[in-house]
Design a protein around this ligand. Structure first.
Ligand code: HQG
Length: 184
């Protein structure tokens, strides 16, 4: 599979597993899992993916360094990014003492005032390192803003964090007192 095809298929998986599973005839369970064969059947109804196989899906899941999806047994799920109306349950876990959030300067003032909110998704997304936060933030424009989140302090004040993947953590929201702007 070439990179272009992998990217297209990954975006389609994102639509199915994060945003609009109904359009693919699948239903996410409370942890976001769906049977791979149901997803395949749903995708094969689309002309573009009518020849898609389980091997293609398995390949795209491991194609990118960024771990977006997970396959276990005969099920698949997205690890983060959900916008479906029913909340996907994540196990809370202890994050590193500092996390980062990359975004556009355009949002910086609002974030400093009202904290990080999940906006169109179920959770706020945080990065383990500045490089990841930079890549996330640059999706929103060239005027990068990087925030530092004092997770150690937030944890002592009952803010919960959830594990997404090796570089991504999730939270319900982050109040402004735990956030500082480190670059502009
Ligand atoms: C902003 C991609 C104003 C926030 C990425 C962000 C990530 C506020 C935007 C994952 C705000 C939401 C998620 C407030 C937050 N006022 N703006 N109070 N609170 N925002 O795309 O974190 O490649 O939903 O700064 O790499 O950018 O798809 O979230 O800019 O890992 O796998 O609201 O999606 O992963 O934007 O990205 P998004 P995100 P994939």
């Amino acid at each position: 599979m070439d990179a272009k095809h992998a990217k297209q298929l990954s975006k389609e998986l994102s639509r199915a597993l994060r945003h609009t599973p109904d359009l693919y005839g699948v239903k996410l369970d409370r942890e976001g899992w769906v049977p791979v064969n149901s997803l395949l059947a749903g995708m094969q109804r689309l002309p573009r993916w009518r020849h898609i196989t389980q091997a293609d899906i398995e390949q795209v899941v491991s194609f990118f360094n960024k771990q977006r999806y997970e396959i276990a047994g005969n099920q698949i799920r997205a690890l983060y990014g959900h916008s479906v109306p029913i909340r996907i349950e994540k196990d809370s876990a202890t994050p590193p003492p500092i996390l980062f959030h990359g975004t556009s300067q355009y949002y910086a003032q609002s974030i400093l005032q009202s904290g990080l909110q999940p906006m169109g998704r179920q959770y706020v997304h945080l990065s383990e390192d500045i490089e990841t936060a930079t890549n996330v933030g640059l999706r929103k424009g060239k005027d990068l803003a990087i925030f530092r989140i004092d997770t150690a302090k937030a944890t002592t004040e009952d803010i919960r964090f959830y594990y997404g993947n090796d570089t991504t953590w999730l939270a319900d929201s982050i109040p402004p007192q735990f956030i500082s702007l480190i670059s502009r």
